[in-house]
Ligand binder design. Structure first.
Ligand SMILES: NC(=O)c1ccc[n+]([C@@H]2O[C@H](COP(=O)([O-])OP(=O)(O)OC[C@H]3O[C@@H](n4cnc5c(N)ncnc54)[C@H](OP(=O)(O)O)[C@@H]3O)[C@@H](O)[C@H]2O)c1
Length: 302
């Protein structure tokens, strides 16, 4: 497949910025559709256009001359007039519908691993309805299900770095949940690869990193990397749900009920799905990447 014009919605976000770099490196002309283009920082040569995924006219204008459209828009916490249905269902479906109407060739929708309509999480159920909307509106769309993302300047490892400074490190339950953290640049490479691979059309890819680790193993890896020595404290799920309920009164809660529910289920690639291997990518493991993602000396702060 040849390079063309790629429009990235969510191109100012953590994953979106990596996607923009990966697409530009493959020779695509890239446009970032952003709500506040004046505040956006994009690599040289990348175009910026104002568009909110909730606005029909702006979305139609942003995708009018695109070959590929990527949806990496995210909303983790509802509030300020934004809710999961508006962004993840209606917004995603609007973008897919208007891209299809404009004659766009490829639509790549970023969702998440473990997305199912049966989830106890409202967030995950909205993501599942969003995927159905995208598939109906854009037959042949490619859907990507990454596991939790890490990389330089992420929020996953940065939060663990903070938490492991506490005198006692609390665990979600007994820390048994299995995760397959995936490097943001590997997912971006998968987006760029899928955009240039005809076989990716109409498929769902589950994107997990090179290692499956239990939550407590990840905590231990960060502690060891930072040369910190801390006891780990199992905290019951009911206590985390309580903390999340109390946090609802805050405009920017540290933890939501959906995040607690997500942490209760394993977040790993299932055997039946297409993966990185189908795109010829070997993903990095978390532990081998810690020095690059959490640079600086271990603190040895006993
Ligand atoms: N981070 C993870 O660990 C993880 C794991 C699995 C899957 N994912 C998925 O990966 C995708 C990207 O996640 P992320 O962590 O990179 O998100 P992020 O850093 O929070 O970025 C979100 C992006 O969405 C844009 N956005 C929000 N509302 C918008 C709207 N109404 N119209 C247009 N753009 C809007 C933001 O643009 P502004 O500049 O305008 O705010 C920003 O560019 C999401 O689908 C997410 O579910 C992420």
């Amino acid at each position: 497949m040849t390079a063309g014009r790629t429009v990235v919605f969510g191109g100012t976000g953590f994953l979106g910025r990596a996607i923009v770099r990966a697409m530009a490196a493959r020779g695509d002309a890239v446009r970032v559709a952003a709500r506040r283009p004046d505040a956006a920082d994009v690599p040289p040569g990348v175009e910026l256009q104002r568009a909110d995924i909730q606005d029909d006219d702006a979305v139609a204008a942003a995708v009018a001359d695109a070959d590929t459209v990527v949806n990496a828009v995210s909303l983790y916490v509802e509030g300020g007039g934004l809710d999961f249905d508006g962004i993840h269902v209606e917004g995603a479906t609007r973008l897919a519908r208007l891209a299809h109407r404009a004659g766009v060739e490829r639509f790549i929708h970023v969702s998440g691993i473990g997305v199912t309509g049966q989830s106890p999480s409202r967030y995950v159920r909205a993501r599942a309805r969003g995927e159905m909307g995208v598939n109906d509106a854009f037959p042949g769309a490619t859907i990507l299900h990454p596991s939790v993302l890490f990389g330089p300047h992420d929020s996953f490892l940065a939060t663990l770095d903070d938490v492991t400074r506490l005198p006692i490190v609390p665990l979600f339950g007994h820390g048994e949940t299995r995760l397959q953290p995936v490097h943001v640049e590997d997912v971006a490479a998968a987006v760029a690869g899928a955009a240039h691979t005809a076989e990716a059309t109409g498929r769902v890819f589950e994107l997990g990193g090179g290692e499956v680790l239990r939550y407590r193993e990840i905590v231990r890896a960060v502690l060891s990397h930072r040369r910190r020595w801390r006891p780990l404290l199992p905290v019951p799920w009911s206590a985390w749900r309580g903390i999340a309920h109390v946090g609802k009164i805050l405009s920017n809660p540290p933890l939501t009920i959906d995040q607690v529910l997500l942490m209760q289920a394993d977040n790993i690639v299932s055997a039946e799905m297409a993966t990185f291997a189908d795109l010829g990518i070997e993903p990095r493991g978390l532990r081998a990447s810690l020095s690059a993602c959490l640079p600086g000396q271990g603190t040895s702060d006993l």
